[in-house]
Design a protein around this ligand. Structure first.
Ligand code: AQP
Length: 327
């Protein structure tokens, strides 16, 4: 049975980008694969975090994972900091990747540029190696992620291939699985930039956003010059992004949506989109708050999932250490 592995870092409140590009698709894998989902809280600290907020968001995220349909009886749900093997394998893999390879990672280039010299932390630079360790520890065959993570996945594959060549078959080569729609939801204020939970609030819609705020943000979202609802990523990036959000929430194809809005303008389209997002998110929010209220249950899910994960991860780490001569 194949293994499917993915995660979401608690570096901000979850956005509809994280939902449509990643977590919405994860529950479908349950039963068809060994499914492991994690909260990479150690990844989150590559950018300064408020400790109380970080802890709260870690619980929020576990609650969101359950809300979208992950069942702790069918999937392993773990928190990265509870399984030290991730950090230990990262250190080992650091010795099988070059500075040049890491320097080419566009996420590092974008983030470090945005953060300035003070934010150019070694952890941020090393982020893709920790991510490779996360994936390789569990023999993951498939990693369902949004488009932005493709480059990191390729690096994980390169590191695995390099290690396997030197020491014999050790790691499974992971493959990124990227959804057809929603793989790259762009900012509402700027369709040339990916929607990110750590950006300006006008650029994203949170999963926990209130109905009023969703309506306001969609109304204010930038559009393109003509008034037609046509999907054309190059020529009409802003409207194409809104159509993609519509498709993600309605589960309709882009051409069905285009047909529905023939002869209608941006105002009408945006109003319908806002109502669709409000309806879908309020259903999810109702479920989320019930789950989030029960922190004792969340603790049990985290502890038992992390213990199961540690068994798998420690076994892989033992094999790696044996192969390279570490006691
Ligand atoms: N805009 C997006 N469209 C589609 N998918 C997206 N993902 C993130 N943004 C979009 C996918 O969400 C998953 C979790 O990502 P993450 O939280 O681990 O890190 P990220 O990709 O760096 O997400 P953010 O929101 O941009 O976080 P910050 O602002 O903290 O860096 C991944 O599968 C990702 O592809």
């Amino acid at each position: 049975m194949k293994t499917v592995f993915s995660g979401l870092k608690p570096s901000g409140d979850m956005t509809i980008g994280n939902y449509l590009g990643a977590m919405k698709n994860w529950p479908y894998q349950q039963g068809l694969a060994r499914t492991i989902f994690f909260v990479p809280n150690a990844h989150a600290i590559t950018v300064r975090q408020d400790p109380t907020e970080l802890k709260k968001r870690t619980y929020d995220l576990v609650a969101w994972l359950i809300t979208v349909g992950l069942d702790p009886k069918k999937s392993i749900i773990l928190v990265q900091s509870k399984v030290p093997a991730h950090a230990e394998l990262c250190w080992i893999l650091d010795n099988y990747v070059t500075m040049g390879e890491l320097s080419r990672m566009t996420e590092y280039k974008d983030k470090s540029q945005k953060l300035g010299p003070e934010g150019q932390l070694v952890g941020l630079f090393n982020y893709p190696v920790l991510m490779a360790a996360d994936i390789l520890l569990y023999d993951a065959n498939e990693v369902p992620v949004g488009e932005d993570q493709r480059q990191h996945l390729e690096l994980a594959r390169t590191i695995a291939e390099r290690f396997n060549r030197l020491y014999g078959n050790t790691f499974v080569l992971p493959k990124a699985t990227i959804p057809k729609t929603g793989a790259r939801i762009m900012g509402l204020d700027d369709p040339t930039k990916k929607m990110s939970k750590s950006d300006h609030p006008d650029s994203f819609i949170m999963l926990a956003e209130t109905a009023d705020s969703i309506r306001k943000k969609i109304k204010r979202a930038v559009t393109d010059s003509d008034n037609r609802i046509i999907y054309d990523k190059k020529g009409k990036p802003a409207v194409s992004n809104l159509i993609e959000i519509y498709a993600g929430f309605s589960d309709e194809t882009i051409s069905v949506i285009e047909k529905r809005f023939v002869g209608k303008g941006y105002g009408e389209f945006k109003a319908e989109l806002a109502e669709l997002v409000v309806e879908k998110l309020s259903q999810l929010q109702a479920e989320f708050y019930k789950i989030r209220d029960n922190e004792a249950m969340l603790d049990k899910v985290i502890d038992s999932g992390s213990a199961k994960a540690a068994e798998i991860a420690n076994e892989k780490l033992r094999e790696v250490k044996e192969k390279i001569g570490l006691l």
